[in-house]
Design a protein around this ligand. Structure first.
Ligand code: BGC
Length: 256
């Protein structure tokens, strides 16, 4: 039997980038998965097919996680389709690459709603369901090195990730008595759609690679494997912590 056989997971933003890799990783480990998406149903369908070929099951749900009612829909679909909820991964995220001087009110609201408000209410709604089941659970927040590390020119994003850091810490303490473990994974630069403009610019790529001690961006699977670990028995004593998966990026030294 695979490690996550019998477990049910929800992954937000599950049909692209890091989210799609997490969906596949959890399914490979035996979990049944609810794939949240907002666009590109064909990518979601393709994932469902791949998961069926792995011998597991997935269902796609079109939901805008910046709305509490849509988060409720994700959890209720997990329960109505697969009978329960064990793992909730707050993965969906956007960035505007704008500074404190030029971020508009609507850009600010959108980034904070999709990245942070969604993680807060998903934690609340997922935890209520897990408490009802009385079998604990895992809530995993995909943050960023920028939960801690400033990124000039991406202020609202940094703010949202810093908020997710404290959500992880605080919710972990509140939910510990229920056996619900709350952790975060903080990726560095990953080859996904969010970094498309950098990836298309060879000079920028060279600059980026030169500041990453491991010398390259991560593949989405390299982040997903860590989420797989945090979902399983090997991480039974981990809560309130972030695992940074950044190739050493946050600790680079100018070598002076
Ligand atoms: C951001 C990327 C950035 C990377 C490393 C990620 O969280 O989304 O835009 O390249 O961090 O700084």
């Amino acid at each position: 039997m695979k490690e996550l056989t019998g477990k049910v997971a929800v992954v937000t933003g599950g049909n692209s980038g890091i989210g799609a890799a997490i969906v596949l990783e959890l399914a490979e480990r035996g979990a049944q998965v609810v794939i949240d998406y907002v666009a590109h149903p064909e990518a979601e369908n393709e994932l469902e097919r791949k998961i069926a070929s792995l011998g597991s099951r997935a269902v796609g749900v079109k939901a805008d996680i910046s709305l509490v009612a849509d988060i409720e829909l994700l959890v209720s679909r997990a329960v109505s389709t697969f009978g329960q909820l064990d793992i909730f991964v707050n993965n969906a995220g956007i960035e505007t690459r704008t500074s404190v001087l030029d971020t508009s009110e609507s850009q600010y609201d959108k980034v904070l709603a999709i990245n942070l408000k969604s993680a807060f209410f998903s934690t609340q709604i997922a935890a209520r369901q897990m408490i009802k089941q009385e079998a604990g659970g895992r809530i995993i927040n995909i943050t960023s090195v920028h939960e801690d590390w400033p990124m000039p020119g991406n202020t609202a994003y940094c703010l949202s990730k810093g908020g997710m850091r404290m959500l992880t810490r605080t919710a972990a303490l509140e939910l510990a008595p229920h056996g619900i473990l709350v952790t975060a994974v903080g990726p560095g630069a990953v080859a996904t759609p969010i970094n498309l403009s950098t990836m298309k610019d060879p000079a920028l790529m060279q600059k980026l690679d030169s500041v990453i001690p491991l010398g390259r961006m991560a593949k989405p699977e390299e982040i997903a494997q860590v989420v797989g670990f945090l979902s399983g028995g090997g991480a039974s004593y981990m809560t309130a912590a972030t695992l940074f998966v950044d190739g050493g990026l946050m600790h680079q030294s100018p070598g002076l």
